[in-house]
Design a protein around this ligand. Structure first.
Ligand SMILES: [Zn+2]
Length: 309
């Protein structure tokens, strides 16, 4: 399976910053060691261009990001200090989602070991999100005339508010977000379908709600491509999550999403989104589960060889 990574575009963070940047290189190493990717399939994405970004973001915001002239308040909202590497990394992470979409359209499934930056709005970033990779990728594949209808299945524990806002009113894209009701963002936007879960929701509650929501999202969207945000933060030990979903429950989530799409013939680009568990190893485990299941579904004949990956 084709997998895109951009972890070597490291964005410098001050000591003690709570964003777990190390998860990306750990995950890439885990994927590389697992045999999921044939030689040449673990790829560095190209950066998305200004023109590609401008299909989803306002020109003034793009200019501010690129030139480092966003106000201190705007930067605080994003949560990262500005650097040229932050800009490059953000372009590459969106390029990874675009690359995964194109590869999924050819082979059924593909993954970006970054992306899921769903809190980025047209005119601002927030919550560690600079550019909205889902919106940028959707509009790039649509502009190329490759697909018409797309569904965004966002299972990160935080609502996909930026994605909902950017794509609102676009009948060709169906946005589905399942998230914690009391979690950030405290002001929710309107996705095409929002499912808000109470604090402490466990495997059964989460999976039941996901199953029903998926059914509706896939049925209504009539999508030809899905972008799946496989956030690791519904996990029970997540510092920001507020839910109680186990690792097995999250594996079952992956199975539900990927199999439901496969049954309907919808290719899936898997992206990572958030994860803030106390133990970064847990975050990597959860993300790896998502990527490896997608790989097993791409090449079912290899399934036995990968189960211990
Ligand atoms: Zn999140």
């Amino acid at each position: 399976m084709k997998v895109y990574y951009s972890d070597h575009f490291v964005l410098p963070l001050p000591e003690g910053h709570r964003f777990p940047m190390v998860k990306y290189s750990m995950l890439r190493e885990r994927v590389a060691a697992s045999g999921i990717c044939a030689p040449g399939e673990l790829r560095v994405p190209r950066p998305v261009s200004d023109a590609e970004i401008l299909r989803s973001h306002e020109r003034g915001y793009l200019r501010g990001v690129v030139s480092g002239t966003l106000t201190p308040k705007e930067m605080r909202r994003i949560g990262f200090p500005w650097s040229e590497r932050m800009v490059e990394r953000s372009r590459r992470a969106s390029g990874g989602t675009l690359g995964a979409c194109l590869a999924a359209l050819e082979e059924g499934f593909a993954a970006n070991l970054a992306g899921g930056t769903h809190h980025a709005f047209a005119d601002r970033g927030e919550g560690y999100c600079v550019f909205n990779d889902s919106a940028i990728a959707v509009r790039a594949v649509q502009a190329a005339g490759i697909v018409g209808r797309v569904v965004v299945v966002d299972t990160d524990v935080h609502q996909g508010n930026g994605t909902a806002a950017i794509l609102r009113g676009d009948p060709s894209v169906f946005t589905f977000s399942i998230h914690g009701a009391k979690n950030f963002p405290f002001h929710k936007e309107h996705s095409d379908l929002d499912v808000a879960l109470p604090d402490g929701a466990d495997d059964a509650e989460f999976l039941h709600a996901l199953d029903r929501g998926l059914e509706r999202a896939l049925e209504t969207s009539r999508a030809e491509l899905a972008i799946y945000l496989a956030g690791a933060d519904p996990f029970e030990d997540d510092r920001l999550g507020r839910l109680s979903v186990s690792k097995d429950g999250l594996a079952e989530r992956d199975r539900l999403v990927l199999e439901s799409c496969r049954e309907r013939g919808i290719p899936v680009a898997v992206t990572m989104a958030g994860g803030y568990s106390r133990d970064v190893g847990d975050i990597v485990d959860v993300h790896f589960q998502s990527v490896s299941l997608a790989a097993r579904m791409t090449h079912p004949q290899k399934e036995r060889g990968l189960t211990h990956g």
